[in-house]
Design a protein around this ligand. Structure first.
Ligand SMILES: *[C@@H]1O[C@H](CO)[C@@H](O)[C@H](O)[C@H]1NC(C)=O
Ligand SMILES: *[C@@H]1O[C@H](CO)[C@@H](O)[C@H](O)[C@H]1NC(C)=O
Ligand SMILES: *[C@@H]1O[C@H](CO)[C@@H](O)[C@H](O)[C@H]1NC(C)=O
Ligand SMILES: *[C@@H]1O[C@H](CO)[C@@H](O)[C@H](O)[C@H]1NC(C)=O
Ligand SMILES: *[C@@H]1O[C@H](CO)[C@@H](O)[C@H](O)[C@H]1NC(C)=O
Length: 232
């Protein structure tokens, strides 16, 4: 009985999260439609960056705008434990014109180019104090100066890259193993169910005579219904 109850609540929980997912999707779609044509600032797909102490790291950032740019102002900030430290800033008058960049940090160099909509910077000779959040900000006069930014975390590490990659390998293999095992489990389950069903057909009279069977069928039927609704 207890196991049936827990399945029931799990199913309704899944339903509720499905509703939230749908709402989130609608909101995301609306936001997506709303921001079409606007400026986009991106630091790439990865929200984290690992760099070895003493190395030099590229902090990538690009912008894109389908309505074009005019007097695009951009800057880079380092979030030093809550207080923002400006690293550099500049204005790109129009597309293709290289900005005159003011740099406020001795180890920062602007390496972007307007030809690639690239406003990346280099940070030289990294120390552990450089750990933290880096924010790339841009504002386009062509769209009422709306603010756009993208950021990521820089983690300064010791010569730990090997360990890091082996850890990743381990995680990937474990995750892969779990997925593989669950697939194997599903296949075995399918085979067993198939086998049992064939068996059931032979022993139908036995099953019908067992009293508990009705409720179990009812529950598995409800489960199947509930699983069907979120997909629709
Ligand atoms: C970090 O790198 C700098 C420069 O390479 C070096 O002087 C310093 O000792 C290093 N710090 C640690 C904790 O390894
Ligand atoms: C960050 O600020 C908090 C409180 O302002 C302080 O306790 C903490 O030590 C600071 N951390 C660093 C790394 O400076
Ligand atoms: C980085 O460190 C090297 C060697 O310590 C030094 O020659 C170079 O000037 C440093 N670069 C910057 C931008 O500080
Ligand atoms: C931006 O420019 C830097 C320096 O030239 C380059 O290394 C980087 O790959 C460029 N990024 C993109 C997204 O084009
Ligand atoms: C954009 O950011 C600036 C500070 O950089 C702020 O003063 C301004 O109010 C922001 N504008 C909007 C529309 O959020």
């Amino acid at each position: 009985m207890a196991s049936v109850d827990s399945t029931g609540s799990r199913v309704s929980g899944r339903l509720r999260s499905g509703d939230i997912l749908h709402t989130g999707l609608v909101v995301a779609l609306l936001l997506g439609v709303w921001s079409v044509g606007g400026l986009e600032v991106s630091t790439g797909k990865v929200p984290h960056l690992f760099a070895i102490n003493g190395s030099t790291v590229l902090l990538p950032c690009t912008y894109a705008s389908c309505i074009g740019i005019k007097n695009l102002y951009f800057n880079w900030h380092y979030n030093n434990n809550g207080s923002m430290m400006k690293l550099c800033d500049a204005v790109i008058p129009i597309e293709g014109v290289e900005p005159k960049v003011s740099v406020f940090h001795e180890r920062v160099e602007f390496v972007g180019t307007s030809k690639g909509n690239n406003i990346s910077i280099l940070l030289y000779n990294i120390t552990y104090e450089d750990d933290g959040e880096y924010i790339c900000f841009a504002r386009n006069e062509k769209e009422k100066n709306r603010n756009h930014s993208a950021s990521y975390m820089l983690y300064v590490v010791d010569q730990m890259k090997e360990i890091d990659t082996t850890l990743t390998t381990i995680i990937v293999s474990v995750v892969g193993g779990v997925i593989g095992l669950s697939i194997l489990g599903m296949v075995i389950k399918a085979l067993v169910i198939n086998f049992l069903l064939k068996d059931d057909e032979k022993n139908k009279e036995c099953l019908v005579s067992s009293g508990n069977d009705n409720t179990e069928n009812g529950h598995s039927g409800a489960k199947a219904d509930n699983k069907g609704t979120p997909k629709a």
